[in-house]
Design a protein around this ligand. Structure first.
Ligand SMILES: Cc1ncc(COP(=O)(O)O)c(C=O)c1O
Length: 493
């Protein structure tokens, strides 16, 4: 039981002793337990619980964790499972592993990101940022944004500076309805659009509304975008469904027991497949037969380089699918602007959830985005970024082909990263070791372990090109091939 659940189950008294037990310089007997009936794998639970303990400050910098053998014995799990969890946390910069010594926590609470934040390696250790799904924020259209803000401030009546509609600015909701219909084939009416503080808030809201409507089990792609805390807090349990080159293996939904599904059809995150037409049809049929709901994360659909992007799934079943978009990839994550298009039946539950926790993003920024869209500046920015990302992607593919011709690259010509399959003999620990070796040389990226504890098949690296120049790409691929030449790489024990 984790600290949060323990608190809910027993109140503050017990949690205090739980925390006291953890707040030692040597945690030789960690008060952790794993739920064998949960959909989440034991390895993923273990990694998550350790991470929560570090982030909450319960396991402080300098604390030594039990040896892999001792913890495996205590929890009644296999030793490789603990080895993998430790290796993953080491690759992410939380633990130091040294042969013959017990793993040590090397971050403290203040430097460990909160549970809803991205795992960010220390900024000064990163010289080349190849993390996936990171846009080039240096290209943020500052001038166009300033113009848009000025226009909004010149025209916004004082009456619009009070508390407004919780669903968001009517001006932006109208602009989004037109834009999403035109560009993504989304069937959108402003009354069914909610402006949210990024996709993160949109997903939290959607999961809470799914739960309120009676759903208890959420099918999720495996591997998948891994920020799960708000999903877990909603009360939904997660059922992992495998993915392949054509996106989610939707046939596995039958008999899964899920009443809702979270899917990235335009560009599966992180593997990179596009959900095939047959699977789209199957999924929509399943939603109707099962009276189920879907959340479609359309996070980077604007960036497709070889053809026009496939339209949103929502267009096939607007009464069943919550469509989610974000400005985090097209403009910048710092804006914290996202949007949902919600089936008519869900507008009421969404509003009710929203009232419980949010006042929505700032009105002036919302209207500035509407102005950017309406003036054509948003489309111009997208065209500019598409060209830039396409060129970087092609450059990265060329360099990978030259330096690592035996390794397969997966995924559609889309988005902000490519998926590189690692050699057959690299296991989860090896993948973590490669990431750690890259980080030691100043390169930050992520591997399959960050997004799945259970996915079968080859280990993978996700190489982002959103934030790296062509010369940075040259350098990165050279270093990566040097590191891979040092194989076979196995995890720490
Ligand atoms: C798969 C996926 N969906 C959505 C998002 C956007 O999240 P937000 O709008 O909260 O920044 C991200 C950001 O990294 C992502 O990787």
């Amino acid at each position: 039981m984790d600290a949060h659940r323990l608190y809910r189950a027993t109140g503050p008294k017990k949690i205090t002793s739980f925390r006291r037990k953890l707040l030692t310089s040597s945690a030789s007997d960690l008060p952790l337990s794993l739920d064998r009936d949960a959909a989440e794998s034991l390895g993923s639970q273990l990694r998550r619980r350790l991470l929560e303990a570090i982030r909450s400050g319960a396991l402080r910098r300098g604390v030594r964790l039990p040896s892999t053998r001792a913890l495996a014995g205590q929890l009644g799990v296999s030793r490789p499972l603990v080895v993998d969890a430790y290796a993953q946390l080491a690759a992410e910069g939380y633990l130091a592993l040294r042969q013959g010594a017990r793993p040590m926590v090397i971050v403290d609470r203040s430097s460990a990101p909160g549970p809803d934040a991205q795992d960010v390696p220390a900024a000064d250790s990163i010289r080349f940022d190849l993390r996936p799904a990171m846009p080039d924020v240096g290209m943020f259209p500052r001038k166009a944004w300033m113009r848009a803000i000025r226009t909004v401030l010149n025209n916004l009546p004082a009456s619009d500076l009070g508390y407004g509609d919780l669903r968001g600015s009517p001006v932006l909701r109208r602009a989004l309805a037109d834009y999403l219909g035109r560009v993504r084939g989304v069937i959108a009416d402003p009354s069914r659009i909610f402006v949210t503080s990024g996709f993160a808030e949109g997903r939290a809201l959607t999961c809470a509304a799914f739960y309120a409507r009676g759903a208890r089990r959420l099918a999720v792609e495996d591997p998948s975008y891994s920020e799960w805390s708000s999903v877990d807090r909603s009360g939904l349990s997660r059922l992992p469904i495998p993915v392949d080159a054509h996106g989610m293996r939707v046939e596995a939904l039958a008999g899964s027991g899920a009443e809702a599904v979270f899917v990235t059809p335009s560009h599966q995150f992180p593997i990179g497949g596009v959900l095939s037409a047959e699977r789209r049809q199957y999924l929509v049929r399943w939603l109707r037969e099962r009276d189920a709901l879907a959340l479609e994360d359309d996070y980077d659909a604007e960036f497709r380089y070889d053809q026009a992007p496939v339209g949103a799934l929502q267009g096939l079943a607007p009464d069943r699918i919550v469509y989610a978009g974000t400005a985090s990839k097209t403009l910048a994550p710092a804006l914290r602007l996202g949007w949902l298009v919600v089936p008519p039946d869900l507008v009421g539950p969404m509003n009710a959830e929203l009232r419980r926790w949010s006042e929505g993003p700032p009105r002036i920024d919302q209207d500035a985005l509407a102005e950017l869209i309406g003036s054509g500046a948003y489309d111009r920015q997208l065209r500019r970024m598409r060209r830039l990302y396409r060129d970087r992607r092609n450059h990265l593919l060329t360099r990978l082909r030259e330096a690592l011709p035996g390794l397969k690259v997966e995924g559609a010509a889309a988005g902000l990263h490519v998926t590189l399959q690692l050699p057959q003999d690299v296991d989860a620990g090896g993948e973590a070791a490669i990431l750690a070796a890259l980080l030691r040389r100043g390169f930050a990226t992520e591997g399959l372990g960050r997004y799945s504890a259970t996915a079968a098949g080859p280990r993978r690296l996700f190489l982002g090109y959103g934030r790296i120049s062509e010369s940075g790409i040259d350098h990165s691929v050279r270093i990566l091939s040097e590191i891979l030449a040092g194989r076979p790489m196995r995890g720490a024990s």
